[in-house]
Write a protein that binds this ligand. Structure first.
Ligand code: PRP
Ligand code: URA
Length: 219
């Protein structure tokens, strides 16, 4: 499959932080067992979430310390976390550690193995948006089909500010998201080389859902 032609969109943020690079190596390693894999998914999610929330809106408030009252800030944006089932589930706890008041709205999508098209099988979003900033959580951005479908759902819901948090992105997926939803920012730990003929990311890490939950075969 083709690689990203042209320039990398400005909406893609890939971190080169040493802690992220170190953890990525563990995540990619085929010898990493599900328990450790889940731990590293959590740790990477926290680091990426920290970056993705850097422009969340705040409002001032006064806080009385034991010494005196001082101006502080609190989060003004209502944050929505939208994990894409299954693999996005492993990213939720870390993001809740970061933003304990976030709402979590689950969205179930799987990729049809033959067509690579996303199939929606679970959606418990209420009728209209209840948050200001949505973070879609999914470890893998491959063809981009699932991410685009999730963004479509959130836009129909009324969401305006939407970001994607992925652990590994493929150039094909980044390009597809940038074409369909050019304003959506993507935060990833790595931009990999390409997809294989089955739509798996190379070098990637195999199947993120299977590796977290100990199911199936990888790649
Ligand atoms: C994986 C992954 C993404 C999707 C990415 O999910 O977690 O949701 O594939 O592929 P795409 O960018 O080509 O759409 P999968 O369909 O394997 O479901 P799972 O999480 O239940 O394993
Ligand atoms: N989904 C995964 O879990 N891994 C890939 O490489 C592509 C899609």
């Amino acid at each position: 499959m083709s690689t990203l032609s042209g320039s990398i969109p400005p909406t893609l943020h890939v971190s080169n932080h040493p802690a992220i690079l170190h953890k990525l190596a563990i995540l990619r390693d085929e010898r990493t067992e599900p328990k450790k894999f889940r731990e590293v998914v959590r740790e990477l999610s926290w680091l990426l979430g920290y970056e993705a929330l850097a422009d969340a809106r705040i409002r001032p408030l006064d806080v009385a310390t034991p010494m005196e009252t001082t101006p502080c800030h609190e989060l003004a944006d209502r944050i929505g976390l939208i994990p894409i089932l299954r693999a996005g589930l492993g990213m939720v706890d870390a993001m809740l550690d970061l933003m304990p008041t976030a709402q979590v709205w689950h969205l179930g999508l799987f990729r049809d193995e033959r067509t690579l098209q996303p199939v929606e099988y679970y959606n418990r979003l209420p009728n209209s948006a209840t948050v200001d900033l949505c973070l879609i959580l999914d470890p893998m951005l491959a063809t981009g089909g699932s991410a685009i479908a999730a963004i479509d759902v959130l836009k129909r819901w009324g969401a305006v500010r939407i970001k994607l948090v992925n652990l590994i992105a493929a150039p094909e997926g980044v390009a597809a998201v940038a074409a369909a939803h050019p304003e959506v920012e993507i935060y990833a730990a790595a931009l990999d080389r390409q997809l294989n003929e089955k739509g798996y990311i190379l070098p990637g890490l195999g199947d993120a859902g299977d590796r977290q939950f100990g199911t199936g075969r990888n790649g």
